[in-house]
Design a protein around this ligand. Sequence first.
Ligand SMILES: [Zn+2]
Ligand SMILES: [Zn+2]
Length: 167
Amino acid sequence: MSIKIIYNKGGETMKHKCKFCDKSAPNNMQGYCQVCYRYFILERKEVYDLPKYGEITYAPNGDCICPFCGKAFRKLGMHFYYAHNMTSREAHKEAGWDQNAKATNPAYRDLMREKLQDKCVTVNLIEKGQATRFAPGSSGRTRDKVSAMTLSRLKQNRFKGGETNES
Ligand SMILES: [Zn+2]
Ligand SMILES: [Zn+2]
């Protein structure tokens, strides 16, 4: 009995499979496939209890927990696709979620919304306001802002002894 086990585990011809998800695993990944190696070893993330059918649950950091394998991600869409071969729509149906349920970390969602708002504010106040931004309290026209044409006229005036405001 023990011989058989040793043979099966150490057999050179046996294809290595990820100890978490059964995908093929290279020798140097501590028994994980590349995806799981990154998840468990590099990112030090854990697996959580699966939610009940129809429930969306979150990890302590707010990441959304996959209802099929218990891994948690900021958003599950790509994970559903690559890990479970399901489109988001199929996954939601399978998990008993509404189609419009948001399988994302709420904090991440807020962050994205803030970024979007920031961008709007930036565009509206700074970029669109650029033409008028310097008007109030402006130091007026300084030498470097005077157009080339005005500058040559000023020079001519001075040459002719004409009136300038410069002293
Ligand atoms: Zn894996
Ligand atoms: Zn999963």
